[in-house]
Design a protein around this ligand. Structure first.
Ligand SMILES: Cc1ncc(COP(=O)(O)O)c(C=O)c1O
Length: 402
């Protein structure tokens, strides 16, 4: 055992600190024996990267999401970069997205010399507002990035209609929504390109990892080159063809993912249905406990959409502001509950303020929500006891608000 852990454990015992004082993070991975065996198997195989487990994971995801092509990459940010590259985004272009997201959703647009344009979210769901998207469309707009915030799918009907009318590419950032459905199809099915992240706090993990799906073979081929320096054939293909020759067709990156990571990801994907069910069960417990509390303003969930609950977002009622949120946050942290805030609006990050006119962007619904939200613990191995502890602490924290 690691020395530090042993020391903390021994100290706890000596001071008889009860187990329930243990820290509950907002998200964490679940790894079982099957995952360990799959990784060990990959480690003992001849190809540690760009081997059969990468192709297998891509195939597993195609089947799960109901799409024809998937390209696995090193992380969700690389997946976004691949997607905007495949969509042909370049200098002078504009891409519209919600500011209520992780910075990577917008940064990928900057990587290609294009401009992210922020459209506000709907106050009830905190998902991008199609009406505001339409207001932001100009002759330079090339794509929309729909972020399925917290795990609820965006309004893909309205966004598709806008994309058809204005000839735009619909990219879905599904980092939060693996397993979510809009109607009875995956979000990836509804988008031209959809990106996923397999960071340990996500629904399934590969340590670090990402993936892009598409309906177009030429885009899948372009992304396979892009993840491999822009080279036209990977080592396996050259080996099959008995040649050492290759050429670099475009400027690409090393966004490859290993077979070790994909072995883990495929093994994790087998468990997704049960894990999603557990996340939804936890959400129901939170919903029931907080229903009707006048100090809260719950997010709305549409009936024809399955929420994948990457996050459970608690929102204080409108009469509260950032100070009340901070007070509740500090109280919950003092009770060793790992609440978090997802997110501050991307345009308010220092870099965006200093270099991309962030100070001049104003999305009122996003800004109002951002001051009042926090994410409660949400992961499939969260026990009923831990959920009860979170609920009791939130209720106590709320009763202390002014
Ligand atoms: C909405 C969203 N998009 C993209 C990413 C980037 O994924 P990764 O951390 O795998 O690069 C994240 C990561 O948290 C995210 O939440």
């Amino acid at each position: 055992m690691n020395c530090e852990l042993w020391y903390v454990g021994a100290l706890r015992k000596a001071c008889s600190v009860p187990d329930e004082m243990d820290f509950i993070p907002y998200g964490r991975q679940s790894i079982d024996r099957d995952d360990e065996a799959a990784v060990l198997d990959a480690l003992r195989s001849p190809l540690l990267t760009t081997g059969p487990r990468v192709a297998q994971f891509e195939q597993d995801m195609c089947q799960y999401l109901g799409v024809p092509f998937a390209v696995a990459v090193s992380n969700g940010t690389a997946a976004l970069h691949c997607a905007v590259h495949a969509a042909g985004i370049g200098k002078g272009d504009e891409v519209i997205l919600s500011p209520l997201t992780f910075a990577a959703s917008a940064n990928c647009v900057l990587y290609l010399g294009a401009t992210p344009v922020f459209a506000d979210v709907l106050a009830d769901t905190l998902l991008i507002a199609p009406v505001d998207v339409e207001k932001k469309i100009t002759s330079r707009t090339r794509a929309i990035i729909a972020v399925d915030y917290a795990g609820q799918p965006c309004d893909y009907t309205a966004l598709r209609e806008l994309c058809n009318r204005y000839h735009l590419v619909l990219i879905a950032d599904c980092a939060h929504s693996l397993g979510a459905t809009y109607g009875d199809r995956s979000c990836a099915f509804h988008a031209d390109l959809a990106t996923y992240s397999f960071h340990p706090v996500k629904h399934i993990t590969s340590g670090e990892g990402g993936l892009v799906t598409t309906h177009r073979k030429e885009w899948a081929d372009a992304m396979r080159r892009f993840r491999n320096h822009g080279i036209d054939a990977d080592h396996a293909q050259r080996s099959r063809e008995g040649t050492w020759r290759y050429t670099m067709k475009t400027l690409g990156y090393n966004y490859r993912i290993t077979d070790i990571q994909c072995a883990l990801a495929s093994s994790q994907l087998k468990k997704i249905d049960g894990w999603l069910e557990r996340r939804q069960q936890i959400a129901k417990q939170y919903d029931a406990a907080f229903a009707g509390d006048h100090r809260l303003d719950p997010l709305y969930v549409h009936e024809n959409r399955t929420h994948a609950y990457h996050l459970y977002v608690l929102r204080l009622a409108e009469q509260y502001g950032a100070n009340a949120r901070q007070q509740l946050f500090d109280f919950l942290r003092s009770r060793r509950i790992g609440v978090n805030v997802h997110y501050i609006p991307v345009y308010q990050h220092d870099y965006y303020v200093q270099h991309h006119n962030g100070g001049y962007v104003h999305c009122p619904n996003t800004e109002s929500a951002c001051e009042r939200i926090m994410s409660l613990p949400m992961f499939n191995s969260l026990s009923d006891d831990a959920v009860a502890r979170v609920i009791a602490a939130v209720q106590q924290g709320l009763s202390d608000l002014p």
